[in-house]
Design a protein. Structure first.
Length: 318
């Protein structure tokens, strides 16, 4: 369904701390009004809906182990606050990790944010939009070439990751996924998917990120093609304005997809509390060798007003 959508919402977050355990509880409630044009269904009419746009609650913290070491942990759950569990939607596990941090960096295990998705999406202008329908074309290219829905690999379970410390603005991370039970992660005996990523952040606001991911997805008795993708993101961001560009090139056998996103924003008013955002992207999927490429275009325009440090309202269209 292609959506032409107007959204208005209020979001907030509450944080509490416990000094001894260095533990904080955080969360966000995100609601909006949607006006959707039913184009694919054929009637072309607009319908209205009130939706949850990614409400969540979580707990995170660290415990000092001495000798420069710390135990770190995070558990985050998403929920549909607008509809509750009437559709069988209760709390869903978004993240659940435990790790060891020190001068050497951080090792983490559990359900984590996919480092490759963080490379091509996180920090980009399209990622700053509040509505869940404003999808990244670079991320769509990555998932579709792997025969997955857009966002299926945003967060990954059964993962082990390493995050390096920062050296003069440079940092890197690596992760592996090992799962002998899930339907898409049974082919390999040990490592199903691995990814390696690096980034650079300049103090003036310039940054660059690049990454690679590879694996075989499929049931144990199948013979799937190797899936792989590489991507990059470049940007400049400061309080008043910024622009970002992200790209991904992904393939599984003869199934290939390339996608990119270009976006910019301008902030104004007291403490730059008012922000205008615009983003455009597209991907081109070729399902088989010699097949015609299927182009999908995505664009979004939005305005956000921060009412306080934790509360904001927005209007977005795309």
């Amino acid at each position: 369904m292609k959506k032409g959508l107007l959204a208005v919402a209020v979001a907030g977050a509450l944080t509490m701390g416990a000094a001894q355990a260095e533990t904080s509880i955080y969360g966000s409630i995100r609601y909006d009004y949607n006006n959707i044009k039913q184009e694919i269904s054929g009637d072309g009419e607009r319908v209205s809906d009130l939706q949850d746009q990614g409400s969540r609650i979580g707990i995170k913290g660290s415990e000092d182990l001495g000798n420069g070491l710390a135990l770190v942990f995070k558990a985050e759950f998403g929920f549909n606050g607008m509809e509750g569990d009437k559709n069988g939607d209760g709390f869903k596990n978004r993240l659940a990790m435990i790790g060891l941090a020190g001068d050497f960096g951080t090792f983490a295990v559990g359900r984590l944010d996919n480092p490759f998705k963080q490379t091509i999406v996180d920090g980009s202008v399209i990622d700053d939009f509040n509505s869940t329908w404003s999808n990244s074309s670079a991320n769509a290219a990555f998932n579709q070439a792997w025969n997955l829905e857009n966002g299926d690999l945003d967060r990954v379970g059964n993962a082990l990751a390493y995050i390096s410390p920062e050296f003069s603005g440079f940092s890197a991370n690596a992760a592996i996924i090992m799962d002998d039970k899930a339907g898409n992660f049974q082919k390999e005996k040990h490592v199903d998917v691995w990814t390696l990523n690096a980034q650079y952040q300049h103090e003036l606001g310039f940054y660059g990120k690049a990454g690679y991911i590879q694996g075989k997805l499929g049931p144990r008795n199948s013979d799937p093609d190797k899936s792989k993708a590489w991507g990059a993101q470049l940007g400049y961001k400061q309080d008043q304005f910024g622009a970002t560009f992200a790209y991904a090139d992904s393939k599984t056998g003869d199934r290939k997809d390339k996608g990119w996103d270009l976006g910019g924003y301008f902030a104004f008013g007291n403490d730059y509390a008012s922000t205008i955002r615009v983003s455009y992207g597209q991907d081109k999927l070729r399902e088989t060798a010699g097949a015609e490429k299927q182009k999908t275009k995505r664009w979004a325009l939005g305005f956000q007003q921060d009412l306080s440090e934790r509360t904001r309202v927005w209007v977005e269209y795309g």
